[in-house]
Design a protein around this ligand. Structure first.
Ligand code: TYD
Ligand code: MG
Length: 475
């Protein structure tokens, strides 16, 4: 007699085990393994089907540029690489309440207004709630077809009728369930099964399908990491509750770049596109206070100026604190180590806090120099020149390395009224025309010496307090 095999599936990463255990050995999470009934379409119980040969093709041949459907929201189109590709599936993740549903109803309405058939399926909200939101956004006039449904078989059957839709929004994939697998909705097996069915529908019908996915506290799209591998693009919608703006970032994109960001502002009337984000991020600067440096960064193809804020304060703890928001903890540790080892800056007795203003998350190593400048400025109590921007990568030897796209960074800084740039040697030839005063630095030690001298100058005393504030006399 055939025995139904149970499997135990990690709800975080999808690893399958033969028996229950407390910890998933694949992803290291505790208490994530749950019992699920196996799918019946595999395994030795089934007679092997004889394979059907298919034609193989050469690499060279007629290739069509993937036809795209621009949403009309320029920031969204920028992140997707110029619009939704027909038949593609996009997953958009983000914290609850960040604005995923708002973004997608706005995109859906824009496409519907352009005359495309657009269907919005909500598994979380009732039709009335979606309507209410659309009304608040002033989008009630758009011909978006709505439903509150969770069965993917029913959804696919409905969508297969009539004219094929161009865009389908599924909000959210965790609420969907398919009859093909017999586990509870929200489990990895269900989510994976539902996503598979929807992906098959997208490929067959040519509709672009947008899946909304929830995010766990550590930033991963909850449960279905597996889904990330199945879809064509993964977008992440970020921002923090205290700030109005939201960043849409491509984490994976089979049809476009993954380093572009889209910037939106959450207003009373929905999400508004922000076309000049630097202005937004620099709008609340604390001019003339020590510990802030403006970083001339690049996100994708777009230059972006942000303020890095540091606070270095004597500690009362045995182990000083190192806290960072918006930047990589490891890079902060590295910059601190270089400051200690090569620039005679002693930080062992100080707490260090670093924050990227406005809630932006920076990933570029080019921010090293700006972070170091902010840290030293705070330690020395020496404000940096308010009209200066900083960028450059710091190596472990204490050298400042050139970074890409110097010209674009300088151009943006000049556009926003900055007068000088502190940058690595070697990047400056190409960009003399920017109209900024360029100060090339070759080593972090020389920058530190400059800032420390400003601190001493400001207090107009040849102070032994410099040493007390953490600088060796050689520094
Ligand atoms: P929502 O799109 O429902 O978030 P998600 O689908 O990611 O969970 O957005 C909800 C939040 O956005 C809510 O806290 C209120 C805010 N919001 C506005 O500020 N203005 C608006 O016009 C709308 C529709 C929402
Ligand atoms: Mg929602």
């Amino acid at each position: 007699m055939a025995r139904r095999t149970l499997s135990f599936v990690c709800q975080n990463c999808g690893a399958v085990y033969g028996r229950w255990q407390g910890k998933c050995e694949t992803c290291g999470e505790w208490n994530t393994i749950a019992e699920e009934g196996g799918t019946s379409d595999s395994g030795p119980g089934r007679a092997a089907r004889k394979g059907r040969p298919f034609a193989l093709e050469p690499l060279a041949g007629a290739a069509h540029e993937a036809p795209r459907l621009a949403s009309g929201l320029a920031e969204l189109d920028r992140v997707t690489g110029g619009g939704f590709v027909r038949g593609s599936v996009l997953l958009v993740g983000g914290d609850p309440g960040i604005g995923k549903s708002t973004l997608l109803i706005q995109a859906a309405a824009a496409l519907a207004k352009a005359g495309h058939r657009v269907v919005y399926i909500s598994g979380e909200e009732a039709v009335a709630q979606v309507r209410l939101r659309a009304e608040r956004l002033g989008l009630s006039g758009a011909k978006v077809e709505l439903a509150a449904e969770t069965s993917v078989e029913d959804i696919v059957a409905t969508l297969s009728e009539g004219k094929a839709p161009r865009l389908v929004v599924i909000d959210s994939i965790q609420t969907m369930w398919t009859g093909a697998v017999d586990s509870a909705p929200g489990t990895v097996t269900q989510v994976r099964g539902s996503a598979q069915t929807l992906i098959r529908f997208a490929k067959r019908s040519g509709a672009a399908v947008f899946l909304v996915g929830h995010v766990t506290k550590d930033g991963q799209i909850a449960g279905p990491r597996v889904v990330e591998h199945m879809v064509d693009a993964v977008l992440s919608f970020e921002g923090d509750g205290a700030h109005q703006f939201r960043i849409l970032r491509a984490v994976k994109n089979r049809f476009g770049p993954t380093d572009e960001i889209g910037v939106f502002e959450m207003t009373g009337a929905g999400l508004r596109e922000v076309t000049n984000p630097s202005e937004l991020f620099l709008s609340e600067r604390d001019l003339g206070s020590p510990g802030t440096a403006v970083f001339a960064g690049i996100e994708g193809t777009r230059p972006l100026l942000v303020e890095m804020q540091a606070l270095v304060a004597p500690t009362s703890l045995g182990t000083p604190r190192r806290a960072v928001v918006g930047w990589d903890q490891n890079r902060l540790s590295m910059v601190l180590a270089v400051l200690e080892a090569h620039c005679a800056v002693r930080l062992g007795g100080h707490d260090v806090y670093l924050n990227v203003a406005g809630g932006l998350r920076i990933q570029e190593p080019a921010a090293d120099l700006a972070a170091a400048a902010a840290l030293v400025s705070s330690l020395a109590n020496a404000p940096l020149p308010p009209d200066a921007v900083y960028f450059g990568e710091v190596s472990l030897s204490g050298a400042v390395r050139p970074v890409a796209q110097t010209a674009a960074r300088l151009k943006e800084a000049a556009k926003l009224g900055f007068a000088r740039a502190i940058l690595p040697q070697g990047g400056s030839e190409a960009s003399a025309e920017a109209g900024l005063h360029l100060e090339a630095v070759t080593s972090l030690a020389s920058l530190v010496a400059d800032i420390a001298a400003r601190g001493r100058g400001a207090r107009s005393a040849p102070s032994p307090r410099g040493a007390a504030r953490g600088f060796d006399k050689t520094g």
